[in-house]
Each structure stands twice: as structure tokens, then as C-alpha cells.
Design a protein around this ligand. Structure first.
Ligand code: ADP
Ligand code: MG
Ligand code: MG
Length: 901
């Protein structure tokens, strides 16, 4: 590709040969590079990189983020040198283009664009066509012979400058435009004839005077200085601040300002503008996709106000530009080693690239692209692992419409962001927030969305729009936050004022339920059942690479052979927690009740014998399903009354209809075992010591099952775990009982048994005494649910509904401590315990079971603290494997909250 005529040679020297004046706040594009995102912002750094690569970028310069920070610190006053430095940079642009800023005969026009370190699409402001005034408009017309074009550019400047720089409310500008558009029977100003544009310009001029008390500033320098300051200000605008909260971007970074020579996609029918991705950001397929518009300026594509053409049609109109664009894609992927998105403009058949960055993508696309880039030899497997986050993996497991459900789509739009959702129709962002706050699932339905609708999209389960393509605002935002979206459903007529959505003769009202599938684009009236999808084939390979990276072993919490098999299929390396109480529920309940309520020793022995048979059978099956891998069996944990009917229930029945003899018996038992505070009552090892026959029968059934499995040629790896320990001596007593039973089993079997013993660390006391406890065991597993309850002094069921929501909303807690480990409090106990365990015996295996074991952030913490394994529910095993790899790569770390309050 020959781009030599498009790109200015770097200037090292000024005209007279002297070195250029050093600039502190401003860098020409040719002076920067992709590694300078901190200083130049992402957009500026990438523009500089593309200039360096020789790609066709209109010349320009970047006012640095340092200048923004300095200006913000000085309450909006720019550094004193800035104006001169900008003037010297403009002189450079005038020199390379041969145009003059404010020169009516050959006007130089500029775009003034925001661009922070992290991409914040559409969140801050851009002013286009800056430098126009009545004289330069005339000059532009004379130069191009195209009055329509000159006026179109001017009305865009008045609109953007009015809104962004002068702060004229958007409604006032559109109120000025609407009657005119109606009179000319067009929906968008680009459809206006010359006279219409003249009227529109006059209307905008009047609206600006009305709103600000001053006419539009015709001095180009005044325009430029004000626009730069306005972009700086937009860093702290509402939209930008909301977006940063959502994405966790620091408020201190500031934005750079990119000042660039304008190129014109609206210069005629041989011109146009578009947005493209080097690979499909929805599916990851290695094929460029995008949208373009003929005879239009950039914002028109993203605004979703005009219907775009797919990129695949570009070649039919601009065959040479298509070839050139494909070459640009190839070069960008080679340079960035990833999917890139670009903005391009074609002016009179010449291609310009206006922006690039490593593009956002769906979770599905992230996975496919990462794996295919390894196959293409572009990146290493570990980097592919790093590029696919545990959060994205969770998104991949997003629901879809149940294939078994029968439904009739009322229409189909673009599949803009995957996932399916059903909800009540709301037609404004505010309504979405209000209804969602009442606990209603809502779907936001709009003609199109804009950054002003962000809070509504966040509150909704999904988004449906009638206009806009795959790069429209709704589509980009929904993909970014992992919500389903169907966009550009052109059959929809959305009327927020009337509160209706019409599709042909179907009328849907706000408050009606509809369903959308962002993977197929289907829109259905009524509710469709949603199901979790099958994992894509690339996932197996990527998780295989994750396994090579990670050091943490991933175990699972499984009580049945079915659960265990489901977990092993997902890559679990054994069972970290088998809760034996689950074996006592359902039709086994009478067995346990019999043990609890036994009237004399003989009765009890009979009950225990029955229980033994059942338990042994359960353990044989489980050990067979998990042959050769560790099976950690926790002896009975809950309080006994959990196996009995509720006292209140029985008392009510007694008062109303009378109790049977058996029920009386149950009531006596329930009263005998009743507790005021069961979470802190007689359960776990405490119960094991009070009613030794229960643990004894469990241990005997388990070890006999192991003997049976060994005899059958199996390789049972039994670990016996004692719950709710708080004193080393109670553990010692429980383990002595375990060993006594084991000795009997060994004697009967005629050979020694191999099994491991361990304890749960789930009381603060156990955490503090973990060093002493470690002397008695082979392994320790942190029960972080109980440990969290007892450390906070929370009873989970009570606080989760009533206390945590306001605490989270007020920022008192950074996250639900039952979902993500509380690093500062519970985490401190864990850290202390681990240090003490390691000091006693570095070989003790340290694990966590409970929900935190499958939470990525918490996995990062356990890895950092030095755990050997995590154990989580079967469904979360893949997430835990990936999270463990990310932790190893240093991508997931514990973050303190209280230290910074
Ligand atoms: P955003 O970050 O919201 O995408 P941009 O700064 O990229 O904002 O600009 C908004 C629109 O203006 C884009 O469509 C872009 O292509 C267009 N644009 C920016 N600079 C120029 C330019 N020099 N010539 C023509 N169009 C431009
Ligand atoms: Mg852009
Ligand atoms: Mg527990």
C-alpha cells in the first residue's frame, strides 16, 4: 500500500533549521507510540502508533493527560504555556496540509477528540469541523464547489460545539431542529436540502444565543481553546463518571485531547465512513465485520440514526479502498496481536484511518480469538489463558431460550449481545431503574440508546432497539457488561410517549412481558424459558492450558456419584467436601430419625445397623465414581433438629387436629434437641462427641467401603474430615474415636488401611489455634461460610436479605462477604492460620470448601496466601480452574477495602 502521499514525514526541525521549541503539554502524532497510553491516552497513543506504521492517518497532535490533570488541579485554568504550544502545533499542521486555520481561501478544519488511557466509548465529547464560521464556510464552498457539504459541516459544528462546549441542552437544539425536519419531511439533518441546512444553521445560531446569551464564537482560535477545555471538563461529566464506576477506572487519570485534521466522509457520493472489527467481535470468527454509511460523517454510524450497510458491501462501492482496508487490518493485527476495531473515513475515494484499539468482544469471541491466535502462532498458550477472564467464562455460561420451548418470534433483530432474558417492557431508562428497584425484571426497549441511557441498561435484564447496528451504543454497552441485546429490530415502532411498541398489528404496552434472545435476535411476546448453553469446543483446550499454568489443585463439593461425575467431567481432581448429611435426606429421613429418637440401646443398635448399610452403599458408589482421587468425607455437621419436624409445626398440629403417637414421639425429640441459636449450638464435632455412635457408624461404613473397593481392585483415597472444631482437645477426642474404629476395621480386614484425617477451620478460635491443630492432621480445610458468619457475628440468612443490600449500596462493605472473601477481616484470620499451620508442618494440605472456592477474586486471595487447593460446586469447577491460572499469572489479587476507608 502506498501511503506516502497521505502521511506527513516526521518533522525533526522547523523551517529555519533550528530545533523545534520543546513542548511540554503537546505531542505531534509522529512523536508518540502505543506504549504512551498514560501520557497520550489510548486513542492518541494508537493514532501515533499508526502514524509510525505508515498507515493513512490524518495529521494531528495530542494534548497530554498531564495537561488535563494540571488544568483540573487549577480549577479549569489551563497551564500558561498550553496556548502557545497548541499554536506551534497548528502551524505544523498548516505546513503539512498547505491549509490555514481560519483562512477563508483554504480553511483548515479540525476534530477535537477526547481519549483517556482506558477506552470509554461515547462517554466523553468530541467536536468536529472546528474552524468553521461564515467566512470559512464560504471558503470551503468555493474550494469544493459543494455548498451543501460546507453547510452540512457547519451545522454539525454548531450542534456539537453548542452541546459540548457551550453546554446548550440537547433538547433545546433538537427543539430548534425538529419543526424544520418535519417541514422537510426528513428524520435526520443529513436529508435536508441546501435551504433546509441554511434554516437549520440559523435555528442553531438562535438557540445558542437564547441559551448562552452570546452568539456562537466565530474566531477559530477561541473555538479551539474552548473545545480543548471542554474535553478536559467532560472527564468529570456524569456519563464519564458513571462509566468509570462501572469499569473500575480511576478518576485521577484525566483525558488527553486529540486535535486532528478533518477528513470528510460527507464530501459526496464518493465518500463515506464506517466502523470495523478485524474479527467478528460477537462470535470471534476470523473475518472482518463492520458497518458503513455513504455520504456521512463518523458519528452518524454509531448514533444509529441512519441505517448502515454491512462492511461486506464496501467492495461493491469502493473496491480499491476495500483492498487497502484489508491490508490495514492485517497490519494492525500483526502489530497488536489481537482483534482491533477501527474507525475509517473515505473522502473522494481516499481511505483514512481515524482510530484503532484492541477491540471489545463477547466472552464467546474472546475465547475463540485467544485459542485461534495460538493456532496462528501469534501468541503463547499462557497468554491465551490470560486473555480469557473467569468473568468472561461465567458470561459464556449465559442462558439461552430453551430449545425445547415452543414460541413464535414476533420479529427478529440483530443478535447484538448474547444471552436471553424475559422481562417487563420499560420504555425509558428512568422507568427501568424505578421498576428494577421494585424487584421487577425489566427489558429496556428504545428506538436507540445513547450514553444518557446507561443507568437504564445497567438496571435492565436486556436491551431491545429498533434502530442501530452491531456497533450502535446499545450493542457495544450490552456486550461490555454481558447483558443480552437485540438491536436494529426494524419492524418495531417504539413510542416512549405513548408507552407502546408496535410490530405490524401487534401492540405491546409498557408493563407487558416479552423475551429476547441476543444470540439469535429473536423477540417474543410473553415469557420463554431460558437454559444454560453447552460449552464451546475451544473451552476444553483453553482450560487445558490453564491447568498447565495453575498450581492450585481444584477439588469439588459433591455428595453423590452423579455430582462427582459431573465435576470430574469439568476437570475436578477429587472431592474436597462430601457432606454426609445429604445422604440422610429424602426417603432416608426415617432412618436418621430412628437413630435420634431410639428409646433404648437395642432400639438404637438396630437403627444404627440400618444406617450403616445405607452409608456403606453410598460410600462404595462414591469411591468408585472418584476412584484414584481424593474423597474428603465430612462427618455429620448440622444440628440434629434439622432432621426433625419444626416444633412450632407440631404444636400447631397438636392444637388443631391432635398428633398421632409417632408424631408425639417426634415432638418429644424435637423439644429435646431444640436450640435457641442453632448456628452456634450442638453440631459438628460437638455433636460427634455427645453422640459418639453417629461418627463411629459413619467412619465404619466409610472404611469398610474402602476395604470393599480395594478388594475389588479399586484405589480408594479416603480423607476423613471433622467439622466445626474450636479446641485442639475436641479434635483429639474425635480422632481417637476415628482411630479406634479404624483399628477394628483393619483387624477385620487383616491388613492396614491408608486414609488421611483432617479438620475444618471454620471458627475464629480454630483459625487462631490452627498451628496446634495442624499437629494432629494430614489436611485442613477452611469453611469460609461459617468463618465469615462468626467473624462478622452475622447470621447469614438474617443479614443477606436485610442488611447487606443497604451496606453494599452505601459502600460500607465492598462486596457480599459470603460471595467474595472479606480480605481485611476473615482474610486476616485465614492468613494468620496459614502462617501458623506452615510453621508447625509445611506438608499439611490447606484447602477451602464452600462458595468462596469458586469465586475468582477469592481464588486469587487463596492462591496468594499459599493454599494447596480450592473446592467448589461441580458447575463452578471450570471457573475455578481458570481463576487458579489467572491467580498464578498475577491477574487476580486480594484488594483491601478497610485499609483505604
Ligand atoms: P469516540 O471516542 O466517541 O469514538 P471520536 O473522537 O473517535 O469519539 O470521534 C467521534 C466521531 O468523529 C467518530 O465517528 C470519528 O470517526 C469522527 N472523527 C473524529 N476525528 C475525525 C477526523 N479527523 N475527520 C473525520 N471524522 C472524525
Ligand atoms: Mg471513536
Ligand atoms: Mg460449616
Amino acid at each position: 500500500m502506498d501511503t506516502s502521499t497521505l502521511v506527513p514525514a516526521p518533522v525533526a526541525r522547523t523551517n529555519d533549521g533550528s530545533p523545534p521549541t520543546p513542548r511540554r503539554w503537546v505531542r505531534l502524532f509522529e512523536e508518540g507510540g502505543a506504549d504512551q497510553r498514560d501520557l497520550l491516552g489510548g486513542k492518541g497513543a494508537n493514532l501515533a502508533e499508526m502514524v509510525r506504521m505508515g498507515l493513512p492517518v490524518p495529521p494531528g497532535f495530542t494534548v497530554t493527560t498531564e495537561a488535563c490533570r494540571a488544568t483540573t488541579a487549577a480549577d479549569g485554568t489551563a497551564p500558561s504555556e498550553l496556548a502557545d504550544e497548541v499554536r506551534s502545533a497548528i502551524a505544523h499542521l498548516e505546513q503539512v496540509t498547505g491549509l490555514g486555520f481560519g483562512d477563508p481561501t483554504a480553511p483548515l478544519l479540525l476534530s477535537v477528540r477526547s481519549g483517556a488511557k482506558f477506552s470509554m466509548p461515547g462517554m466523553m465529547d468530541t467536536v468536529l469541523d472546528l474552524g468553521l464560521n461564515p467566512e470559512t464556510v464560504a471558503g470551503l464552498e468555493a474550494k469544493t464547489g459543494d455548498r451543501w457539504f460546507a453547510l452540512d459541516a457547519y451545522r454539525r459544528l454548531l450542534d456539537l460545539f453548542g452541546r459540548v462546549v457551550l453546554g446548550v441542552p440537547e433538547e433545546q437544539l433538537s427543539a430548534a431542529a425538529t419543526p424544520l425536519l418535519e417541514r422537510h419531511a426528513v428524520t435526520d439533518p443529513s436529508g435536508l436540502p441546501v435551504e433546509g441546512l441554511e434554516e437549520l444553521i440559523a435555528a442553531y445560531d438562535a438557540a445558542i444565543v437564547a441559551a448562552t446569551g452570546r452568539p456562537f464564537p466565530t474566531d477559530p482560535w477561541e473555538q479551539l481553546d474552548a473545545a480543548i477545555l471542554a474535553v478536559f471538563r467532560s472527564w468529570n461529566g456524569n456519563r464519564a463518571v458513571t462509566y468509570r464506576r462501572m469499569e473500575g477506572i480511576s478518576d485521577d487519570l484525566g483525558t488527553a485531547v486529540n486535535v486532528q485534521v478533518m477528513v470528510f466522509g460527507n464530501a459526496g457520493d464518493d465518500s463515506g465512513t464506517g466502523v470495523a472489527f478485524t474479527r467478528d467481535p460477537a462470535t470471534g470468527e476470523a473475518r472482518p465485520v463492520g458497518d458503513f454509511l455513504l455520504h456521512a460523517q463518523g458519528e452518524d454510524v454509531v448514533a444509529g440514526t441512519r441505517t448502515t450497510e454491512p462492511l461486506s458491501h464496501l467492495g461493491a462501492v469502493f473496491p480499491e479502498c476495500e483492498v487497502e482496508l484489508l491490508e490495514v487490518f492485517r497490519r494492525l493485527e500483526e502489530r497488536y496481536r489481537d482483534l482491533c476495531d477501527i474507525e475509517f473515513t473515505i473522502e473522494h475515494g481516499t481511505l483514512y484511518v481515524l482510530q484503532t484499539r484492541v477491540g471489545k468482544r463477547t466472552a464467546l469471541a474472546a475465547l475463540r480469538i485467544a485459542v485461534e491466535l495460538v493456532d496462528e502462532g501469534v501468541i503463547e498458550p499462557a497468554e491465551a489463558v490470560a486473555r480469557f477472564t473467569p468473568d468472561q467464562l461465567e458470561m459464556l455460561l449465559h442462558p439461552r431460550f430453551d430449545p425445547a420451548a415452543s414460541y413464535e418470534p414476533v420479529t427478529r433483530g440483530l443478535a447484538a449481545s448474547p444471552g436471553a432474558a424475559a422481562g417487563e417492557v420499560v420504555l425509558t431508562a428512568d422507568a427501568a431503574v424505578a421498576r428494577a428497584a421494585e424487584g421487577v425484571d425489566v427489558l429496556l426497549v428504545r428506538p436507540q440508546t445513547s450514553p444518557e441511557d446507561l443507568h437504564g441498561i445497567l438496571a435492565a435484564r436486556g436491551v431491545l432497539t429498533s434502530r442501530g447496528g452491531l456497533v450502535s451504543h446499545a450493542a457495544v454497552v450490552a456486550r461490555g457488561i454481558g447483558k443480552p441485546a437485540v438491536c436494529g429490530a426494524a419492524d418495531l415502532v417504539v413510542d416512549p410517549d405513548a408507552g407502546t411498541v408496535t410490530i405490524g398489528d401487534v401492540v405491546i404496552h409498557a408493563g407487558d412481558t416479552i423475551s429476547i434472545d441476543g444470540t439469535s435476535g429473536d423477540v417474543v411476546v410473553g415469557e420463554v424459558a431460558v437454559v444454560a448453553p453447552a460449552a464451546p469446543p475451544e473451552l476444553v483446550r483453553l482450560l487445558g492450558w490453564a491447568d498447565e499454568v495453575r498450581e492450585l489443585r481444584v477439588l469439588t463439593n459433591a455428595d453423590t456419584p452423579e455430582d462427582a461425575r459431573a465435576a470430574l467431567e469439568r476437570g475436578a481432581e477429587g472431592i474436597g467436601l462430601c457432606r454426609t448429611e445429604h445422604q440422610f435426606l429424602g426417603d432416608r429421613l426415617p432412618l436418621v430419625r430412628h437413630v435420634i429418637l431410639a428409646t433404648d440401646d437395642a432400639d438404637r443398635d438396630e437403627a444404627i445397623a440400618d444406617l450403616y448399610v445405607q452409608q456403606r452403599h453410598d460410600f462404595v458408589e462414591l469411591l468408585e465414581a472418584v476412584d484414584g482421587l481424593p474423597v474428603t468425607v465430612r462427618l455429620l455437621d448440622p444440628p440434629l433438629h434439622e432432621f426433625l419436624p419444626r416444633v412450632e409445626q407440631l404444636l400447631v398440629a397438636d392444637a388443631t387436629r391432635g398428633l398421632s403417637e409417632e408424631e408425639h414421639h417426634l415432638l418429644d425429640g424435637a423439644l429435646a434437641w431444640r436450640e435457641d441459636d442453632p448456628m452456634l449450638g450442638i453440631r459438628g464435632v460437638r455433636l460427634g462427641l455427645l453422640r459418639p455412635e453417629i461418627y463411629a457408624v459413619q467412619v465404619r461404613a466409610l472404611l469398610d467401603a474402602a476395604v470393599e473397593r480395594s478388594a475389588a481392585g479399586g484405589d480408594p483415597q479416603v480423607r476423613i474430615m471433622i467439622p466445626l472444631v474450636s479446641a485442639p482437645a475436641e479434635l483429639a477426642a474425635a480422632l481417637a474415636a476415628v482411630r479406634a474404629v479404624a483399628a477394628e476395621v483393619e483387624a477385620a480386614a487383616g491388613h492396614p488401611l491408608s486414609y488421611e484425617v483432617g479438620a475444618m477451620i471454620e471458627t475464629p478460635r480454630a483459625a487462631l489455634l490452627a498451628g496446634v491443630i495442624a499437629e494432629q492432621v494430614d489436611f485442613l480445610s477452611f469453611g469460609t461460610n461459617d468463618l465469615t458468619q462468626m467473624t462478622f457475628g452475622f447470621s447469614r440468612d438474617d443479614v443477606e436479605a436485610r442488611l447487606l443490600p443497604p451496606y453494599l449500596a452505601q459502600g460500607i462493605l465492598p462486596a457480599d462477604p459470603f460471595e467474595t472473601i472479606d480480605v481485611d477481616g476473615v482474610g486476616e484470620l485465614v492468613r494468620t492460620a496459614v502462617e501458623r499451620i506452615r510453621a508447625t508442618d509445611p506438608t499439611v494440605d490447606i484447602s477451602v470448601c464452600g462458595e468462596h472456592g469458586g469465586d475468582p477474586t477469592s481464588v486469587g486471595f487463596f492462591s496468594a496466601v499459599g493454599f494447596d487447593d480450592v473446592s467448589c460446586s461441580p458447575f463452578r469447577v471450570p471457573v475455578a480452574r481458570l481463576a487458579a491460572a489467572h491467580a498464578e499469572l498475577g491477574l487476580l489479587g486480594p484488594a483491601s477495602h478497610d485499609a483505604s476507608v
